[in-house]
Ligand binder design. Structure first.
Ligand SMILES: Cc1cc2nc3c(=O)[nH]c(=O)nc-3n(C[C@H](O)[C@H](O)[C@H](O)COP(=O)(O)OP(=O)(O)OC[C@H]3O[C@@H](n4cnc5c(N)ncnc54)[C@H](O)[C@@H]3O)c2cc1C
Length: 400
């Protein structure tokens, strides 16, 4: 592997083969691990095409990485069990692509580079009373490029949907080093495909005026059946902006009464609690759920998506098994948390498939769930790979 040529493309301080960097970049938040030979940090979007050209010539697998908060190993180098990929992987960390363009206040648009962190962007936009309203739990760290690649959802998905709804244009460098500017239909080949079709280097995103009032209601229930009835009532309320679930086992972990809870947020006076400090405290407790559960020995987080009758079956199964769970119930995404090596994880996937749901509602497939996708998904992934990256230079071994 000719690293001098790579260093010449980005300058020496933007390339590392130090063991500490290789260890860190061999992982992401999924706890999966792979072998990283080197890390490269492009500092200008144009450098990405040159890095792809280098990867093609060297036969090296290039792994796109934003903030590394992904929970399915999408940014983890693929380590094959055979010699087929013996040249290994270089991780391309896009977190130094941090330019935010001028805010178009009238059209509610802004163009940003892929490494911009959502929290930073929204603080920047707040001076113009604007907001990018897709808010994953990881909003203080996740990058715009990573959010596009995973089609991130999150706390307000019930009102604002996923990242797909908020991207107007994407600049993509594909596996042949070609630069595309994609809008509308072309974006479906990129958004949610977890970097297998190329590197997102820049994007124009849509914004909304920041909501001026937020109120919340927190209710607890005797059982999940009563909770789902209230869910249906709140879903019919046009003021609803978030609808979060906390089951009995998870509620206990954050010091709430050991009963199933629903936390609903409204963009006006629909909720019972209007005091901004109490509202913020409730959201802090909700944001702290996964860290608390992870620290209490449940670090493995899943994200099945179920709707209809399957949702009631899923919640009942988690409750009966004593599995702590929370999630974005407004859109049917639930986050059961497990101890490492809990054998009920594959049982969960089997049940979700049987009840007609998806094993991943928002975290993605990556390395972790690639054996759990269906034939149509795998065929589409292969078609896109052939179209954008026929030599398998970018994110090899992911999704299928
Ligand atoms: C505590 C916690 C809470 C979370 N809550 C949510 C949630 O509510 N909703 C949700 O959807 N997710 C959630 N996540 C998962 C994660 O934060 C999201 O998937 C996020 O969008 C990943 O962004 P990232 O910048 O960290 O991407 P990374 O983890 O670096 O990468 C994720 C995937 O995108 C690819 N990728 C990254 N950047 C690019 C790029 N520029 N071009 C092409 N491909 C790229 C990578 O190869 C990988 O496949 C959570 C994670 C944690 C740790």
């Amino acid at each position: 592997m000719n690293l001098e040529r790579l260093a010449a493309l980005v300058s020496e301080e933007n390339l590392s083969t130090a063991i500490e960097d290789r260890i860190v970049y061999g992982r992401d938040a999924s706890r999966l691990e792979g072998e990283c030979l080197a890390v490269v940090w492009p500092s200008r979007p144009e450098q990405v095409a040159a890095i792809v050209e280098w990867g093609r010539e060297e036969g090296i697998n290039l792994v796109p990485r934003g903030a590394g908060t992904g929970l399915c190993g999408g940014a983890v180098p693929y380590t094959p069990s055979t010699q087929e990929d013996r040249k290994g992987s270089v991780v391309v960390d896009l977190s130094r692509l941090t330019k935010i363009g001028p805010v178009d206040v009238e059209r509610c648009r802004v163009r940003v580079e892929a490494g911009v962190v959502l929290g930073t962007l929204n603080r920047h936009l707040a001076t113009n009373d604007l907001l990018l309203p897709v808010i994953p739990g990881s909003h203080q760290a996740a990058s715009i490029g990573g959010m596009i690649a995973t089609d991130a959802a999150g706390l307000h998905a019930v009102r604002y949907g996923t990242m797909r709804n908020w991207v107007e244009e994407i600049t993509l460098v594909d596996g042949l080093g070609r630069v595309h500017r994609l809008t509308e239909e072309g974006m479906n080949d990129i958004v949610g495909w977890e970097g297998i079709t190329g590197f997102v280097t820049e994007a124009t995103v849509r914004l909304i005026p920041s909501p001026t009032q937020r109120t919340v209601s927190l209710l607890s229930f005797e059982d999940e059946e009563a909770l789902l009835t209230q869910r249906d009532r709140w879903l019919a309320d046009p003021r609803l902006t978030a609808l979060e679930y906390v089951n009995r086992h998870a509620a206990r972990a954050i010091g709430w009464e050991a009963r199933p809870h629903l936390l609903a947020e409204f963009d006006s006076d629909g909720g019972e609690i209007a005091d901004p400090q109490r509202v913020a405290a409730l959201w802090r407790a909700r944001d702290g759920l996964y860290p608390v559960l992870a620290r209490s020995g449940y670090p493995v987080i899943e994200d099945p998506e179920m709707n209809g009758e399957g949702l009631a079956s899923l919640l009942a199964w988690l409750e009966a098994e004593g599995i702590p769970a929370f999630g974005h119930l407004g859109v049917g995404i639930v986050h059961p948390c497990f101890r490492p090596d809990d054998e009920r994880v594959p049982a969960l996937y089997e049940r979700v498939a049987e009840w007609g749901g998806r094993v991943s509602g928002e975290h993605g497939i990556g390395l972790k769930k690639k054996d759990w996708t269906d034939a149509a998904f795998r065929a589409e992934a292969r078609r896109l790979k052939e179209r954008y990256d026929p030599q398998q230079v970018i994110n090899r071994g992911k999704l299928c």
